[in-house]
Design a protein around this ligand. Structure first.
Ligand code: NAP
Length: 334
């Protein structure tokens, strides 16, 4: 079977397409999955490009969707042919777990899903939403679940809330869709006027170009009436001060990413004066994922897929992601 391995020193040019022996029949409690699709996250790029160190020969990619092709002894609740999706944190994370939080994360501390078949404990996969394609389902485990966790699990989003989403990457587009499905208003930012039109078509009530309006946080505050209730904060150093500025009293900032870096000054006074809740988060648990899948089946949400690349073109897919031309998710098919 085909797989990709990261060779040291890790760069996009050192990703290697290899032939591997397929796995043996699954052991007790395991399933064998024929992986059909994965999707790209900034985390995957960071591992493949050597920004996050990993083992020489590591198989990358944390997202997977595929069908169950064999069941080990004692597996219940799944059947041959079911479309299933991997989990970013196969075990719940918490204070009691020693070592790196990413120790078990596929494509980081453990081998990932850039391979055609895998044996894994059944509970480390969840089912995919009924009627979804593998390409669609592969967008759930990292980007989709992160947006769900930010707004619904941590944010307790409710109809009538106003949500600010930043840029048009995988997490932010999912967040826009979840917010709209929940009856919330959405203010979105982007660097591109063409993408602004697409954001409006997806239901954004207001779009701000963060390049031409450097005070976009103040603009979002005003557009919301008296500040937004939630920010899906993916930008980090350059965006966090503006995200805090956008918030109304008691607002919730889900601190998710650092596309512009992780340092920078934080206007603490805004957190104090507006009594904001600033909450960091890392993706979610298998239980959160099962809940999210159930929710997706009762909404009209379908992921926005920018482009699909074959596995052999993984480096080119990452270069497309780096270009920033994408809107939504970039998918890899196997
Ligand atoms: N904590 C977690 O659990 C978790 C989970 C998933 C992702 N993340 C992190 O979240 C971030 C986004 O991930 P992603 O997969 O959604 O990325 P992505 O799909 O690559 O998103 C890239 C888009 O973000 C926008 N962007 C880039 N720099 C920006 C800036 N300075 N201000 C505002 N928008 C900016 C751009 O949108 P426009 O082209 O429209 O300007 C760009 O196209 C990354 O830092 C990632 O590591 C964290």
């Amino acid at each position: 079977m085909k797989a990709i391995r990261i060779r040291h020193p890790a760069t996009l040019d050192s990703l290697e397409l290899v032939d591997m022996a397929p796995p043996p029949p699954p052991g007790p409690g395991e399933i064998q999955v024929r992986v059909r699709a994965s999707s790209l996250n900034y985390h995957d790029y960071s591992v493949c490009a050597g920004l996050i160190p990993t083992a020489d020969g590591r198989i990358p990619l944390s997202d997977a969707a595929g069908e169950v092709v064999a069941l080990g002894e004692g597996v219940s609740g799944l059947a041959l042919g079911d479309l299933v999706i991997g989990t970013f944190f196969p075990r719940p994370i918490g204070r009691h777990v020693p070592g790196s939080v990413f120790a078990l994360t596929p494509g980081d501390g453990a081998d990932g899903y850039a391979r055609e078949r895998i044996n894994a404990p059944a509970e480390t996969f969840t089912r995919a939403p009924a009627g979804w394609s593998a390409e669609e389902a592969a967008t759930i485990p990292c980007a989709g679940l992160t947006a769900w966790r930010a707004l619904v699990v941590d944010g307790a989003l409710k109809p009538g809330d106003t949500v600010l989403v930043l840029g048009t990457g995988g997490v932010s587009i999912y967040a826009l869709q979840i917010a709209r499905a929940a009856g919330a208003r959405v203010i979105a930012t982007t660097s591109s006027d063409a993408k602004a039109e697409r954001l409006k078509a997806l239901g954004a009530d207001h779009v701000i170009n963060y390049r031409s309006d450097p005070e976009w946080g103040k603009t979002a505050f005003a557009l919301a009436g008296n500040g937004v209730d939630h920010v899906v904060e993916i930008g980090g150093a350059a965006t966090l001060p503006h995200s805090l500025m956008a918030c109304g009293f008691g607002g919730h900032v889900a601190v998710i990413g650092g596309l512009s870096g992780y340092g920078g000054e934080v206007p603490t006074v805004l957190i104090l004066a507006r009594q904001l809740r600033v909450q960091g988060l890392l993706v979610g648990t298998p239980a959160h994922q099962a809940e999210f899948v159930r929710a997706l089946e009762t909404t009209a949400i379908r992921p926005v897929i920018d482009r699909a690349f074959p596995l052999a073109d993984l480096a080119e897919a990452f270069r497309h992601q780096l270009s920033g031309r994408h809107f939504g998710k970039i998918v890899v098919t196997l």
